[in-house]
Design a protein around this ligand. Sequence first.
Ligand code: MTE
Ligand code: MO
Length: 368
Amino acid sequence: MANTDNPFLGYSGRIDTKDGVYSQSEVGLANRNSGNLLETLALDITPTGLHYLLIHFDVPLIDAGAHRLGFSGAFDAPFELGLDEIKALPQVTLPVTLECAGNGRSGISPRAHSMPWMYEAVGTSEWTGTPLRPLIERARPRADAVDIAFFGVDYGFDKGVGHCFGRSLTLEQIADLDVMLVHSMNGQPLLPQHGAPLRLIVPGWYGMASVKWLGRIEALTQPFDGFQQVQTYRFRDSDADPGRPVTTMRVKSLMVPPGVPDWGTRKRYLEPGPVTLVGRAWSGGGVPVTRVEVELDGVWREARLEHRTGRYAWTKWSCDWLASPGDHVLRCRATDANGAVQPLNPPWDVAGFANNAAQKVHVFVAEG
Ligand SMILES: Nc1nc2c(c(=O)[nH]1)N[C@H]1C(S)=C(S)[C@@H](COP(=O)(O)O)O[C@H]1N2
Ligand SMILES: [Mo]
């Protein structure tokens, strides 16, 4: 598309960062990009239909039978593959926890105009496909290749820039990260909204790296400068800050809110007595969670770590609580093997990325 045809050049319908009421366009984003239901944190694997969604543009409806994945650019042996050929390659299934880098954005003030996540943009699925690295080796990147870029077929505009959603990784990252080319999620072909027929999964990183509707893999002799690589997904202290790239997930934990909700306020109601709180905790880069604490009536208590189903999957935890009548605010926080601990207050970022502050759950316990 020629730039002269671009009606969004120099235009931003985005409101400036602010607190208070959400704009119609933010509500529109929230209606398209659903979150998980926190009660499903009781499960190792998030039911497919309840896995969160983050879709920047429109979902492309691709004919799986005709779809080809192309390897192009600075490869000495470029080639194309159809789905059947990909399924005939060695297959692996890996449980991977995926979290959107924008998860928690609405807890940061002033907020950025974007998808207003609270806690729910995280889920764990069993992804099936083939490891990416052998395919990159088969295409033989030229000696001067510095980045491998992954392009979805979905096209749209952001801040006046028209582009297909694209992200890159270096050859070292591809070698280190157990990156997969996947066609199935929880034993079923990918659903349209999750990238059908083919997507990337970059375990241990925030979700933006796991490019959906993958159509093309290109080797580049210059660092990739696509919009989703350099103009967003960067931690910035101010609008002038060039920023640092968002990569691995920060340590985080969530609990299943105990009791039952009030429809209108979402506060929780509980009978007094013993309760077992359960939840999940995870970190990035395959780093294990070593500790979860739960704040009950002002005291931080040690939770039990139960299990995780894989190196890149979240850990189940539980903690007993004797709920006494009155108002309570419960919190949980995790620590990982690197010693990183969840903060109690949101870390500042202009775009609201990677808010891993401890979750708060307001519970009203009845008088017996
Ligand atoms: N092609 C393409 N890939 C994409 C996106 C997108 O909009 N287009 N969104 C990314 C983001 S920001 C996230 S968090 C994950 C979400 O994956 P899911 O919707 O399957 O949970 O996909 C990533 N891959
Ligand atoms: Mo995301």
